[in-house]
Design a protein around this ligand. Structure first.
Ligand code: DON
Length: 425
């Protein structure tokens, strides 16, 4: 049997193919030459599988989709406070290339609009002789798992007509947000926008963000979890510019678009998605790209606000093994976060004080968040105080050493019954 996922992606593309609305981004002359028929879609899982369909080998320039990654690089290298000193995180409700600053803070409103992105570009730390765009290209190549290149034709073409971005650069220099020569920074920012990617590259880059900063295939940590959280938050509130509210309500996935027609979205812990279709709307977002995301979000239940309740299913079973002097087994499953631990502790609260042995079996858990581990051990402490003996069976080492904090894990290599027989002999 073959998984139906690629067929589904192809079906979605065919349903959206006929839509010819929008226009090519002709303010960058080279982009006006793009083939408006191109249409591609890729989806990556957090364990590194990529499904793709349509024109998935066609390269196009990353444009504004470079902005969240430049922001990530600046955050990773300088820390949150240093970056917040220069760029705010408020949705602007204005066009992406608006020549504006926040009237109170005198900083760019967010790193997704051009003024914030030009400022973020300047924050990328470099050694003498290095170029910031090159540093970002190397970083994006690591995220994409292959060497990415610049499209120098698109770069030169945008330089020829960069009057608006230059005005933004000089404004930023005038108010002291930029300390460097604005010409160098604006040209560097335009070069960062000219990095070539395919939808598969973007899906792979997205999967690192979906996976909390860890490259799914190599297991290498490329970004701190806190950096990813910050980047995705800003993508959610500001990534689609002055249509961010529409996007949030209809799609509900943190995302970023580029004027060459790409959009990528990241659903934390689940998937990365990338689309490419060159015709854009008045906000600078790909018309067919937006439609495809709406469709995927609805069909696949990907909207962030449509959470899946898992608290009810945390307890797979509770049974009593009388032959072992009242051993009570709690078999857990799924993910242990706050709501699941609350549910578990509420069930444990029903155990009357006494001297039973309570066995908390974590073997079928797939993930334990720190709050889940903290609450679990708080429960263990309270059950001890009630007179019970409590054993935490963690044969798959789901708890990290940090989460164990000196508590003991039981490793059961044979059937639970055999373990209990030994335990009571
Ligand atoms: O700075 C610009 O205008 C372009 N290099 C990038 C703008 C962009 O991609 C806007 N997003 N959709």
């Amino acid at each position: 049997m073959q998984t139906p996922v690629p067929d589904y992606l192809t079906h979605v593309l065919s349903q959206c193919a006929a839509n010819s609305q929008g226009a090519l981004a002709d303010y960058i002359p080279e982009l006006a030459q793009a083939n408006s028929k191109h249409l591609a879609l890729a989806l990556s899982t957090v364990d590194g599988t990529i499904y793709a369909s349509g024109d998935d080998t066609v390269e196009f320039t990353i444009q504004s989709m470079s902005k969240p990654f430049a922001y990530a690089l600046a955050l990773q290298e300088l820390g949150l406070n240093a970056v917040l000193d220069k760029v705010d995180v408020e949705p602007s409700g204005e066009a992406f290339n608006q020549i504006s600053l926040d009237p109170v803070t005198k900083r760019p409103k967010n790193p997704m609009i051009n003024s914030g992105a030009i400022t973020t570009h300047a924050l990328i730390p470099i050694q003498q002789g290095e170029q910031r765009a090159e540093k970002l290209r190397q970083f994006l190549s690591r995220l994409a798992g292959r060497e990415l290149c610049f499209d120098l034709k698109v770069y030169e073409s945008e330089i020829q007509s960069a009057f608006r971005n230059l005005s933004i650069g000089y404004m930023l220099r005038t108010v002291g947000v930029l300390a460097q020569d604005p010409l160098e920074i604006v040209y560097g920012y335009i070069k960062q926008c000219a990095i070539l990617v395919t939808v598969k590259d973007l899906a792979r880059m997205s999967s690192v963000l979906a996976n909390g900063g860890i490259e799914p295939l190599t297991g290498e940590r490329l970004l701190d979890g806190a950096v990813v959280r910050q980047v995705l938050s800003v993508m959610l509130s500001c990534g689609m510019y002055d249509s961010a509210g529409d996007w949030l309500s209809s799609v509900g996935i943190p995302a970023k678009s580029g004027v060459a027609g790409g959009i990528f979205g990241v659903l934390p812990g689940q998937v990365g998605i990338a689309v490419f279709s060159p015709k854009i709307d008045t906000h600078g977002n790909s018309v067919r790209g937006v439609k495809i995301f709406e469709r995927l979000s609805n069909d696949m239940g990907l909207h962030l606000m449509q959470g899946t309740p898992s608290a009810q299913t945390i307890l797979q079973s509770r049974y009593v093994l009388e032959q072992y002097q009242d051993v009570i087994v709690y078999e857990l499953r799924g993910v242990l976060q706050f709501t699941e631990s609350e549910m578990l502790l509420r069930r444990l609260q029903n155990e009357p004080a006494g001297n039973s042995t309570i066995l908390l079996d974590l073997t079928n858990l797939t993930l334990v968040h720190n709050v889940g581990a903290r609450m679990l051990f708080e429960g263990v402490k309270r059950l001890h105080a009630d007179g019970h003996t409590v054993k935490v069976v963690d044969s798959e080492n789901i708890l990290s050493e940090a989460q164990l904090k000196g508590h003991k894990r039981e490793v059961v290599n044979e059937a639970l019954e055999k373990y209990l027989a030994k335990f009571h002999s």
